[in-house]
Each structure stands twice: as structure tokens, then as C-alpha cells.
Design a protein around this ligand. Structure first.
Ligand code: AMP
Ligand code: MG
Length: 327
């Protein structure tokens, strides 16, 4: 089975083709174009969707060419139907619907968060992990039980990706800024105390955001180091509690922030203490990409028929714990 997956929930427009053989998938191509707002500014939904609309034909043809696949070879098309920015989601949905109706291939709307998790599992070989999803749109600790991913803990306000991006933008960088923050943090070891807020299994980052802005005058490297140490320790505490409670023997971190080495270091040491196997999504596939959507499309196609065109929705808000897993 060959599936074209389309991702367009936020800053990234991506098309990818995966061929499923048995339980495994081979990524034949994954082409991305990322919308970059002006320095110091966040994503403007209208501008991002304009970017996606302009680049979609080129990304699609490059994706087919790299995979050496013709549109008529596709067995199905899947697209990220939410959660995400409405104007951006619509571009991916329109491309998927057009291909599906013109070429008569089944179409599958996919939950974006599920894409992060399932591709992470496929690429790392994790079977039944406790999952930490940390990205621009999510900060969630999840475990699979009774056909659903259950949320064990989450952020009460902004996500970890937003926290890093907002500090970066405040300092004048172009979003996304997580890797810039990581680079600056690695140049300091001076810790300035910052608010540490864990409530039960949940975390709250908004106070940390304001306080970090206030210490930037002491040095950007000190601020980035202190920010990472505080935020990642908060996440670590929540993860450790979830590991103790669930007794899971595997732990997987996915989402754009999974690319951060210091975060992995902290989480790895927690897993070591709990005799738990640590997995991290490969850096190339931790951020938003079409492969995540393509792979979930293939998993769903193994158990159910595609959606009718009139059911190919987009949803700005679509919590993962409301999705019943069919495969
Ligand atoms: P996603 O929404 O999954 O594409 O993830 C995007 C988020 O990942 C953005 O908030 C980025 O700033 C963040 N990110 C990317 N690379 C890194 C990194 N090396 N360290 C921390 N955050 C990162
Ligand atoms: Mg994402």
C-alpha cells in the first residue's frame, strides 16, 4: 500500500509518501516548505495559509518525483484534519479532496497529534510506551488504554514550544526559535532562579515566560540556560510521576521539542532510574511532516474504508483523547 500524506496544520506544508510492507513502513519521500514569519513575530494564519497555497503544487510534484511514484500509483491520500490553524488546515484538506475525487483514491482525515506518536513508534520500534508529545501545539503526557490515547498530564496554559518560541521572538529571533534557545543555553551554566510550577500531573509555563523575559538583561545565554533547566525539570517531574503510576517499561518523546539534547538527557536519566527503555523520535521526523500523516493513513486503511468526501472535515480543536483508534 502506498499513501500520500499531507501536513498543513501550522508553519509547515509537507507532502510525504510511505509504502507499507507488513507492519513496517518505508518513507519514499518527505518534502517540506516552512513558513517563516518576520523576525520577532509569530505565525500569521492568513500569511501561513497563503504560503501553503503557493507552495503546495511544487511540494507535491517534488514529493512524487523523489519517491519515483505516479499519482495513479497511490492507494490512498491522508491529510492532517486538525488540530491546527483553520486557514492552514483548509489548504491541505483541499489538496487531499481534489486528488481523491479526481483520481478516485480513498481519503483519510488524520489527527495531527496521532501522527507524531505513530510515526515515532514506527521509527523507534517502541511498542507500548508512555509518550511525551512536546511541540508548538502540544505539551501532553499520554498512555494508550482501551482504544484511546489517555492524557495523563498536560500544560494548563501555553505549550513548551510556544514558551521557547515566545522567548526567542522577544529576543528578536525568527520563529521557530527552539534550536536557537538550545544553542544559547549550551553556552552558560549560570542558573538564575525562575518560577517552577507543577500542579499534580500538569505543568504551567505562563509565569515562567514572564519571569524569563525579566532576566534577559542579565544575559541572554543565562536566561536561555535557566529557562531550559526550569521548564525541562518541570516536564521531567510530571513524566517521572506518570512512569511511577503507569509502570510503563518504555518511554517515547515526540514533537519538535524532542530535537533538544538537554531535554533528552534529563528524560533519559529519569528512565534509567525507573528501569525504563528510552526512545526519542529521530530529529528529522520529530517536527511536523507529511510522513506522520501518511503513516496514520496507512494504519487506518488497514482497518477501515476511507471517508466520504462530505465527511472530509477540518477541526481547529480536536483533542487526541476523543479519537477512537481502529487499528
Ligand atoms: P512542531 O510543532 O512539532 O513542528 O514543533 C515545532 C516546535 O519545536 C517549535 O516550537 C520549535 O521551536 C521547537 N523546536 C525545534 N527544534 C528545537 C530544539 N532543538 N530545542 C527545542 N525546541 C525545538
Ligand atoms: Mg506538531
Amino acid at each position: 500500500m502506498i499513501c500520500l500524506g499531507i501536513e498543513s496544520t501550522a508553519h509547515t506544508f509537507s507532502c510525504a509518501i510511505i509504502e507499507k510492507r507488513g507492519k513496517n513502513g518505508k518513507i519514499l519521500s518527505d518534502v517540506r516548505k516552512i513558513y517563516r514569519p518576520p523576525e520577532g513575530e509569530g505565525i500569521h494564519p492568513r500569511e501561513a495559509s497563503r504560503h501553503h497555497a503557493e507552495h503546495s503544487p511544487q511540494v507535491l510534484s517534488e514529493c512524487l518525483e523523489k519517491a519515483d511514484v505516479k499519482i495513479t500509483d497511490l492507494d490512498l491520500v491522508s491529510y492532517a484534519a486538525g488540530p491546527g490553524l483553520g486557514p492552514c488546515l483548509r489548504i491541505g484538506a483541499v489538496v487531499a479532496r481534489s486528488l481523491s475525487s479526481y483520481y478516485g483514491v480513498p481519503v483519510y482525515p488524520v489527527n495531527h497529534a496521532l501522527g507524531h506518536i505513530e510515526l515515532g513508534k514506527m521509527l523507534t520500534g517502541a511498542k507500548d510506551p508512555l509518550v511525551l508529545l512536546v511541540s508548538g501545539g502540544h505539551t501532553m503526557i499520554l498512555a494508550f488504554l482501551g482504544k484511546r490515547w489517555r492524557v495523563f498530564g498536560e500544560t494548563l496554559d501555553i505549550t513548551l514550544g510556544q514558551l521557547l518560541d515566545q522567548i526567542g521572538r522577544h529576543a528578536g529571533f525568527a520563529s521557530p526559535c527552539g534550536n536557537k534557545i538550545e544553542e544559547l543555553a549550551s553556552k552558560s551554566s549560570n542558573y538564575e532562579p525562575l518560577p517552577y510550577v507543577v500542579k499534580g500531573n500538569d505543568v504551567s509555563f505562563s509565569g515562567l515566560l514572564s519571569a524569563t523575559k525579566r532576566i534577559i538583561p542579565k544575559g541572554l545565554e543565562i536566561a536561555c540556560f535557566s529557562l531550559q533547566e526550569t521548564a525541562f525539570s518541570m516536564i521531567g517531574e510530571a513524566v517521572e510521576r506518570a512512569l511511577s503510576f503507569t509502570g510503563k517499561k518504555e518511554f517515547l518523546v515526540v514533537g519538535g521539542v524532542a530535537a533538544n539534547k538537554r531535554l533528552s538527557e534529563i528524560l533519559q536519566s529519569i528512565c534509567d532510574r525507573h528501569d525504563c527503555k528510552f526512545f526519542v523520535s529521530p530529529k528529522e521526523y520529530s517536527g511536523d511532516c507529511g510522513s506522520q500523516i501518511s503513516w496514520v493513513g496507512l494504519l487506518e486503511a488497514s482497518k477501515k474504508a476511507g471517508s466520504k468526501l462530505e465527511d472530509t472535515f477540518v477541526r481547529q480543536s480536536w483533542r487526541l483523547d476523543t479519537v477512537e483508534i481502529s487499528y
